[in-house]
Design a protein around this ligand. Structure first.
Ligand SMILES: [Zn+2]
Ligand SMILES: [Zn+2]
Length: 325
């Protein structure tokens, strides 16, 4: 069982998951994959017994999507007891941590998936999200994908992770604070207003369809950062209907192809920015961010949270728009 500890100075929760130190690693050093790792890869067909038992598989034998609990979970099932009998606040690391392997092919990249298969992957993510939401100890659900060693990927075989957490993260806390401040002044949602402004200015918008818009955010932390948001006020991935899923999948896949054209071996993180599962949910406007990992975090970023970005988002948008996909 891991342990969550709250930093009393910043209010941030930190997860201590000592078991994760034992997990396999597929890179010799940063960005260099081990040779022949497909033979020993626990995510390849034929090696299913190297993982925990699946909770979903889209075919008994010839599966193309397979979901199972993480063998080295950051958070795990258990009793959720707070132990606030010292100066510090901590709690058991209760939660759910699953892995979604989205292709049976060891070296296949997400931007090379067929549109049909990519749609199936998004539907499986939604199904796991909806299932996790039913557990009453889950307060926030994070879906994410690490692509490349610089993005924290440990195995090269394409996969997603979904973590049901017992607490809300610092970014969600900050997002809520800002949303409430904005609402006090303008009586509206800051993301709804931002999207209207982006579409009107049309400088940072890379693409849009009926329900979604993709743009490089005005204050991008990282070079070539991309956000995709619904045009209407939707708070959670769980609220998507069939048409939302279809429109989102189309624009999302298209953006991933454009990211891969910046540099074929680019590392990036994909983060589904959802709302907490409580009464504050309605103040959140769902979006996904694709964050290329060009450059490193250093002293200024760690000490102040202020990032230095050498690429203006307006220029990044032009580069993305020029890519032929
Ligand atoms: Zn593999
Ligand atoms: Zn909104």
């Amino acid at each position: 069982m891991s342990e969550l500890r709250r930093n009393p100075i910043t209010g941030e929760w930190v997860t201590f998951a000592v078991k994760r130190g034992a997990r396999p690693y597929d890179f010799v050093k940063k960005s260099e994959a081990k040779k022949d790792s497909s033979k020993t890869c626990p995510f390849c067909p034929g090696n299913e017994n190297e993982t925990t038992k699946e909770v979903f598989q889209n075919d008994d034998k010839n599966w193309s999507i397979r979901v199972f609990p993480n063998k080295y979970p950051a958070l795990d099932f258990g009793d959720c007891d707070f132990e606030n009998h010292s100066f510090y606040e901590n709690m058991n690391g209760v939660g759910i941590h699953e892995v979604i392997v989205d292709t049976p092919n060891h070296n296949e990249k997400i931007y090379d998936f067929s549109s049909e298969h990519f749609l199936d992957v998004i539907k499986v993510l939604k199904m796991r999200f909806d299932d996790m939401k039913k557990r009453d100890f889950i307060k926030y659900i994070q879906i994410f994908k690490n692509n490349g060693a610089e993005a924290g990927m440990s195995l090269v075989h394409s996969h997603w992770q979904i973590i049901g957490m017992p607490v809300m993260g610092r970014i969600q806390n900050d997002t809520l604070f800002n949303a409430l401040e904005y609402r006090k002044k303008h009586n509206s949602c800051v993301m709804c207003d931002m999207i209207k402004n982006e579409i009107k200015e049309n400088i940072r918008v890379v693409s849009e369809n009926e329900n979604f818009v993709a743009f490089t955010p005005y204050a991008s932390k990282m070079s070539y950062e991309l956000w995709i948001a619904p045009k209407e006020h939707i708070s959670s991935f769980g609220e998507f209907n069939e048409k939302h899923i279809e429109d989102f999948t189309n624009i999302f896949h298209n953006m991933l192809k454009r990211v891969s054209l910046i540099n074929k071996d680019i590392s990036y993180n994909i983060c589904f920015m959802d709302s907490p599962i409580d009464e504050n949910k309605k103040y959140f406007h769902w979006y996904v961010k694709i964050v290329p990992r060009i450059g490193n975090f250093a002293g200024l970023e760690f000490s102040t949270g202020t990032f230095i970005n050498p690429v203006m988002p307006e220029d990044a948008a032009e580069v993305y728009k020029s890519k032929k996909v």
